[in-house]
Design a protein around this ligand. Structure first.
Ligand SMILES: [Zn+2]
Ligand SMILES: [Zn+2]
Length: 347
């Protein structure tokens, strides 16, 4: 058979052409030059379509881009390629590429080269961060006056630990601003969901209540964008606090979020019981550990104990409820309304 192009005599023809002429006429590959890769100058993320890849493997991103930048003539069935990158300018990388193409049982190769230009840009998260972006405000508020320094420290730690944990899991969450305000704390956070979760965690920790509100912040891509506020109202008492309610003294054991009741120990009978949030509103709150005093034991009977009042050094007889420690030289007491009370649960 004779090739219509070059006239050579060959065993078989493809579209009237010998192999060489067929490849020459129908098999081709080309590559874009340059190939641009947008890199965030702040965090090194790389743009991939609409998204940004965190901590990308630059080598595999380049190979990916090269593969996408190749264009073949329609006759090519399959291909593979090898790349050699030229060391040198890290922002403008020369690449030599050997492409192997298969057309049925025919195969041929071609050498191409291109330049990969790394373009500085700013990823969405970094630009949001710069633009003081926030999706939600997490508010923590005391019931009275001010949060204690310990409460503030604990809340701040809870928020920061959560953000750090999320960042380790590659979620880009950040605190845009944090403020002390109205005796409490405000955190401006880049993520609604994290803010919501945090508000419930803090409410759980301190026995608070969460209220949610939203306001229209604008429109983005034709959608209304709402900014959320998650407000945690802390109760006026904390775990470990001594409280008085209807003449009885209790110690708060466990606070719970929302309207769940509070677990307390009744100091008069050393029994664990619960008080609901409505009842708790009536309670007088005295304080916690700072009220506890040591009193020397003078003598002890089954239901009573005589101690030296640590302030007056006079002997006083206190009720000793069931389960109180016995045989101690010193016991813990508190003074409530000028009255000493034995703490039946000793540390
Ligand atoms: Zn030919
Ligand atoms: Zn970035």
């Amino acid at each position: 058979m004779i090739c219509v192009e070059c006239g050579s005599e060959v065993g078989s023809l493809r579209d009237g052409l010998c192999e060489e002429c067929f490849v020459e006429k129908h098999v081709d590959v080309d590559i874009e030059d340059p190939i641009e890769i947008e890199v965030c100058s702040k965090c090194g993320s790389i743009r991939k379509g609409k998204n940004w890849l965190k901590r990308p493997d630059i080598q595999s991103v380049m190979l990916d881009r090269i593969e996408n930048a190749l264009s073949f003539s329609s006759a090519v069935d399959t291909f593979s390629f090898e790349v050699e990158f030229e060391e040198g300018d890290p922002r403008n990388i020369h690449a030599d590429i050997k492409v192997d193409m298969k057309i049925g049982d025919l195969s041929t190769e071609k050498y191409l080269s291109t330049n990969i230009v790394l373009k500085k840009d700013q990823c969405l998260d970094c630009s949001r961060r710069e633009g003081n972006y926030y999706e939600a405000v997490l508010q923590v508020r005391p019931s009275k006056k001010e949060m204690t320094p310990e409460q503030k420290e604990k809340v701040i730690r809870t928020v920061h630990e959560r953000i750090e944990k999320d960042r380790k899991e590659e979620r880009d969450v950040f605190i845009t601003a944090e403020k002390e305000i109205h005796g409490g704390l405000d955190f401006y956070l880049s993520d609604k969901r994290v803010s919501k979760n945090l508000s419930y965690d803090i409410a759980e920790e301190f026995g608070g209540m969460v209220t949610t509100s939203s306001e229209l912040a604008g429109r983005e891509d034709g959608q209304n964008v709402y900014r959320m506020t998650y407000s945690v109202r802390l109760p006026p008492y904390e775990e470990g606090d001594f409280i008085a309610l209807k003449g009885d003294i209790y110690r708060v054991k466990k606070t719970r979020s929302g309207s769940d009741p509070v677990t307390v120990r009744d100091l008069k009978n050393n029994k664990i019981t619960t008080l609901d949030k409505e009842e708790m509103k009536e309670a007088d709150i005295y304080g916690g550990d700072e009220l506890i005093m040591k009193a020397v034991v003078v003598s002890e009977e089954e239901k009573e104990i005589q101690v030296l009042n640590p302030e007056t050094y006079e002997t006083e007889t206190l009720i000793k409820p069931e389960g109180s420690p016995t045989g101690k030289e010193e016991v813990e007491v508190i003074k409530v309304k000028k009255r000493l009370i034995l703490i039946p649960e000793q540390r």
